[in-house]
Design a binder for this molecule. Structure first.
Ligand code: URP
Ligand code: ZN
Ligand code: ZN
Ligand code: ZN
Length: 464
């Protein structure tokens, strides 16, 4: 059935303009003034509202087996929560165990994702190296719609990639037209600092940020940037949380290197005072890596987004409930790392970014969908409202407001790092693949309606 979104202001990354948007099937078929409604079309009144490309969260972990447990949100509940927040696509991560064939892990994740309510795609983590990994990277790019590979520089004795793996994988990615991405933290330093803290009897959640200071992140960011520079590969750094890492990206870009940075909604909004809270469940609920930082770092991250040295916003949505977090009650290194946010990212960034004047609505679109679509090569199918693009749209009510709470959220896990925050500017309607999936608080997510989005390899880069 056709959908006509009438009377709103369409906001793309390049401009905002008054227009109606007509969707038919899963595509936008027309954008323009006073479009006629086809017979039987569903009309959505967008008067006084913005009509924007559905959000793309380029960093989530649904159904993730991690630190001995599995996240609360699976691909259905997680993508459904995302749809309620105006988010129509996620890029999640296939994380093979060391020694596990990449394709085996890839198909495992594809199976888990069958129940997704919204569109999804996968970065694939390179957690070990062999000739078979080299070969399977090629198969993934050529036959399975993967164009980005993730490297965890942290999580020693688990999924950490050493320098040999980084160098070989970055080089292979370049050859294939794929982009390497990194979680930048020096895993050896984290490990040693964790042991120091435990030896000193500092075992609560406050020790978590102490074991992962900004310099630990900056070392890894600088190392990854240096490797990418030597090999002439692009690089995308996930969850940049501190000024020192941002500075490394800014320097590299000023020197002509193609480096992209991602900021998490959580890192932009929540500060490290949460770890001082006397309640273990509250403090542990905020344990994620890299940790929340001081206000000074938050300010730098906003400036990075404004200045164009950070490009995307994500959530790293990775939900664990209180019982799961309690595994680390006597040892902070055993608290499963991760926080949620997929349903709140758009609203908290609008509220803190657009309402304060730090971002224009078009800049908001840039950092919530368009840049991610361009960097990961699904633009203009995603990240743009134009004839021919996917009918993934959020109708945004700038006057609507909502108080965020775990009690009322769609996501699972029973915890929310934005708890109690009242945001002004919320989705009134989300259209995904041409279907209304959320309307004025009512979620109409359909299990299995999400599609895998193939991301083609990039054209070869010959010079810079
Ligand atoms: O603490 C986090 N971020 N958990 C998810 C895995 C990762 O490092 O992204
Ligand atoms: Zn990470
Ligand atoms: Zn992550
Ligand atoms: Zn539980």
């Amino acid at each position: 059935m056709a959908i006509l979104i009438r009377g709103g202001t369409v906001v793309n990354a390049d401009r905002a303009f008054r227009a109606d948007v007509l969707c038919d099937g899963d595509k936008v078929v027309a954008v323009g003034p006073a479009l006629a409604a086809p017979a039987g079309a569903e009309i959505i009144d967008a008067g006084g509202q913005y009509v924007m490309p559905g959000g793309i969260d380029p960093h989530t972990h649904m159904n993730l087996p991690f630190m001995g447990t599995v996240t609360q949100d699976d691909f259905f509940t997680g993508t459904a929560a995302g749809l309620s927040g105006g988010n129509t696509t996620i890029i999640d991560f296939v994380i093979p165990n060391p020694q596990q064939p990449l394709l085996e892990a890839y198909h495992q994740w594809r199976g888990w994702a069958e129940k997704a309510a919204g569109d999804y795609s996968f970065h694939v983590a390179i957690t070990w190296w062999s000739d078979k990994v080299h070969e399977e990277m090629g198969t993934l790019v050529r036959n399975h719609g993967v164009n980005s590979f993730k490297h965890f520089m942290a999580y020693k004795n688990a999924i950490m990639a050493d320098d040999e793996t980084l160098v070989k994988s970055f080089r292979r990615a370049l050859e294939l037209g794929a982009i390497p991405t990194v979680h930048a933290e020096n895993g050896e330093l984290v490990y040693q600092l964790q042991q120091d803290l435990l030896r000193q009897g500092i075992s609560g959640p406050r020790a978590h940020p102490l074991s992962r200071p900004p310099a630990v992140e900056a070392e890894a960011a600088n190392r990854a940037i240096a490797i990418a520079n030597v090999l002439n590969t692009p690089l995308y750094i996930v969850h940049v949380s501190c000024k020192e890492s941002l500075d490394a990206i800014t320097r590299a870009r000023a020197a002509g290197q193609r480096v992209y940075g991602e900021a998490l909604a959580g890192h932009l909004i929540v500060d490290d005072s949460v770890y001082d809270h006397p309640d273990f469940d509250f403090a542990a609920g905020h344990v994620m890596s890299p940790p929340f930082r001081s206000r000074e770092h938050q300010k730098a991250l906003w400036q990075g987004l404004q200045g164009g040295n950070l490009h995307t916003t994500a959530t790293d949505h990775c939900t664990f409930c209180a019982e799961q977090k309690a595994a680390g009650r006597n040892d902070f290194t055993k608290i499963p790392n991760g926080c949620g946010g997929v349903e709140d990212r758009m609203a908290v960034i609008w509220d803190e970014g657009v309402n304060s004047g730090k971002l224009t609505p078009s800049e908001f679109v840039r950092v919530t969908s368009a840049n991610a679509a361009q960097i990961f090569n699904i633009y203009p199918r995603k990240g743009l409202i134009a004839a021919g693009s996917d009918a993934d749209i959020v109708v945004w009510d700038p006057e609507g407001s909502r108080t965020i709470s775990a009690k009322t959220q769609f996501a699972k896990g029973g915890f929310n790092v934005f708890e109690g925050r009242t945001v002004k500017g919320i989705p009134s309607t989300t259209v995904a693949a041409g279907k209304v999936v959320f309307h004025r608080g009512e979620l109409r997510a359909v299990e299995g309606a999400g599609r895998h989005i193939d991301r083609p390899a990039f054209a070869p880069v010959t010079a810079r």
